[in-house]
Ligand binder design. Structure first.
Ligand code: SF4
Ligand code: SF4
Length: 249
């Protein structure tokens, strides 16, 4: 397939240049360009952090990268009081984005109490998956990664949110590695592009001296790890209806 660089997306970082085995990428001013020696192998596509290198059809039409991925999956956590404050904040943000782009919110919780599922639905989940038989305080990491990966493979969420907790930081890098995708973390603000559902995560670098934007434009699912207190809890909607599914581990 023909390859193209979108100049409006290119910031001139030059990360793509060494990725090309044919030395077919160069700079014109502050924008990357393809030389005639490009054989359209596509190797350079993943080297661009901004998704500026894309495949196009013979007629120049941009090819969709994630036709089979959709909806938002939240991996929630519970404590003695129920769904944790952080998971409620994440659910609120997931609901907000789902309403903007017209998709559903799924929630995984490692619990069997149906009241938790009802609470999650009232907080914005459309479908709650109760994963029974796993104790997340003394868990076997491999079995959790396997179970969550199986759900991701089956449901193919476009976005996965989870909390920046010991659990989230332990499990999600392994999941990202399995799905060959990236993790956005440290977010102080998160935006979604309604056109292609790519997230832009604004986060501090170098101890907060500069702010930058990270995104995962080419890979799906997009995984986001969120700290407590960054987003506000969503409202509770007593009349919401949703689906509850029990999965025995
Ligand atoms: S990696 Fe992407 S943003 Fe950086 S120069 Fe290449 S095309 Fe432009
Ligand atoms: S598509 Fe292949 S040949 Fe063309 S610039 Fe990218 S890596 Fe080089």
């Amino acid at each position: 397939m023909p390859i193209k660089i979108i100049p409006e997306k290119c910031n001139g970082c030059q990360l793509c240049i060494p990725s090309c085995p044919y030395a077919a990428i160069g700079m014109e001013g502050d924008k990357a360009v393809l030389f005639e020696s490009c054989v359209h192998c596509g190797i350079c596509i993943d080297s661009c952090p901004l998704g500026a290198i894309i495949e196009v059809s013979e007629s120049g039409e941009i090819l969709q990268k994630s036709i089979s991925y959709s909806n938002i999956l939240v991996i929630g956590e519970t404590d003695k009081a129920g769904i944790t404050k952080l998971s409620k904040e994440i659910l609120g943000k997931a609901r907000e984005f789902a309403d903007v782009v017209g998709v559903s919110v799924w929630l995984i919780i490692f619990a069997s109490d149906e009241n938790l599922a009802k609470e999650a639905i009232s907080l914005g989940a459309d479908e709650v998956l109760l994963l029974e038989g796993i104790n997340t305080t003394s868990y076997k990491i491999a079995s959790i990664v396997k179970a969550v990966s199986g759900i991701i493979e089956q449901k193919r969420p476009e976005i996965i949110f989870t909390g920046e907790t010991i659990f989230g930081c332990d499990v999600m890098p392994r999941i990202a590695q399995r799905f060959d995708t990236g993790i956005l973390s440290g977010s102080v603000s998160l935006e979604i592009d309604p056109a292609d559902k790519t997230l832009s995560c604004t986060r501090p670098f170098y101890g907060g001296r500069i702010m930058g934007i990270t995104s995962c434009p080419q890979q799906r699912p997009q995984i986001v790890i969120i700290k407590e207190g960054v987003f506000r809890e969503g409202g509770q909607y007593r009349e919401r209806h949703g689906v509850v599914e029990r999965i025995r581990m």
